[in-house]
Write a protein that binds this ligand. Structure first.
Ligand SMILES: NC(=O)c1ccc[n+]([C@@H]2O[C@H](COP(=O)([O-])OP(=O)(O)OC[C@H]3O[C@@H](n4cnc5c(N)ncnc54)[C@H](O)[C@@H]3O)[C@@H](O)[C@H]2O)c1
Ligand SMILES: Cc1c(CN(C)C(=O)CCc2cnc3c(c2)CCC(=O)N3)oc2ccccc12
Length: 255
């Protein structure tokens, strides 16, 4: 199926800096029909304005991923209008700010559970609901970060959640493969978004990456968006359960 005939749900646009927004623009350029889910009433207006400016007529559905009913209802509503689905982009992650600056050993039980719930479990629930409507050849893409594999100071509980997310990608790929639905993750280098706001030493992290990564530069959201288009397309039909690093190669370095 050509990209221009595909219908894809984008989860995780908060503002114009969101990685999910850059992904949406890239898919729109390929003629893909888009639906957006947003985290709550508060975001409906701002996300709606972004969407109406660039892709008027796109479906907009509220979905707080801590609520199973909202996930179920969101995909039902989208399916009622579309009749089927070809892809889902899951670009959602959250932990309490205080759990991203203190020592990891001080992480609270509820802080740990919240990070896991939003950043990892939500992909399981989203995949369960989406798979009811995804066509054969369908594709689910989520966003992860190298903090799952190695210690990135302060990433803490989010690193543990991303490790769970990446293991989930493999188990979901195993479950959904027989239905010819693929599940993959993109491990992106640091990008200046709302989720990167207030991160201690973010600038020094970026300069270390520019000095040490094989490509000697940081990661642009457009690069992540292009790889997402690839993972949603026929071109990646043989790839599932995979984590693809789009990080100027930084993850291969030991020093
Ligand atoms: N920015 C980076 O450096 C970077 C690098 C690698 C991976 N990532 C990952 O990319 C994804 C998108 O992050 P971003 O950088 O675009 O920041 P962002 O803040 O723009 O996006 C995060 C999104 O998660 C959504 N979200 C949070 N809690 C939610 C909930 N309960 N229900 C529904 N949605 C909820 C927010 O509304 C927001 O749209 C996240 O998974 C993040 O971990 C980011
Ligand atoms: C890179 C990098 C990121 C970006 N990234 C990969 C992310 O995955 C963002 C994760 C994140 C999740 N939840 C919150 C925040 C960031 C900050 C604001 C908030 O209240 N909650 O976040 C870091 C946190 C610490 C160290 C490095 C990083």
């Amino acid at each position: 199926m050509k990209m221009k005939d595909k219908k894809v749900v984008i989860m995780g646009v908060a503002n114009k800096r969101s990685i999910a927004w850059t992904i949406a623009k890239a898919l729109h350029q390929q003629g893909v029909k888009l639906a957006f889910t947003y985290q709550g009433e508060r975001l409906q207006k701002s996300v709606g304005q972004l969407v109406d400016a660039e892709m008027p007529g796109s479906l907009m559905v509220e979905c707080d991923v801590t609520d199973d009913m909202q996930i179920e209802t969101a995909f039902e509503q989208i399916n009622e209008v579309w009749g089927s689905l070809d892809g889902v982009v899951h670009s959602i992650g959250f932990a309490k700010a205080e759990d991203l600056s203190e020592a990891y050993v001080n992480t609270s039980r509820d802080g740990y559970a919240l990070a896991q719930d939003i950043s990892a479990y939500s992909l399981v629930a989203v995949s369960r609901e989406a798979s009811k409507y995804l066509t054969a050849g369908g594709s689910i893409v989520t966003m992860t970060y190298m903090g799952s594999e190695r210690v990135i100071p302060n990433y803490n509980v989010m690193g543990v959640a991303k490790a769970a997310l990446e293991a989930s990608v493999k188990y979901l790929a195993h479950d959904l493969g027989p239905s010819n639905i693929r599940v993959n993750a993109i491990s992106a280098g640091p990008i200046r978004t709302l989720a990167a706001k207030g991160v201690k030493d973010f600038n020094s992290m970026l300069s270390v990456i520019e000095e040490r990564s094989p490509l000697r530069r940081g990661t642009d959201p457009e690069e992540v968006a292009d790889t997402t288009v690839f993972l949603l397309s026929h071109m990646s039909r043989g790839i599932t359960g995979e984590v693809i690093h789009v990080d100027s190669g930084y993850n291969i370095m030991g020093m």
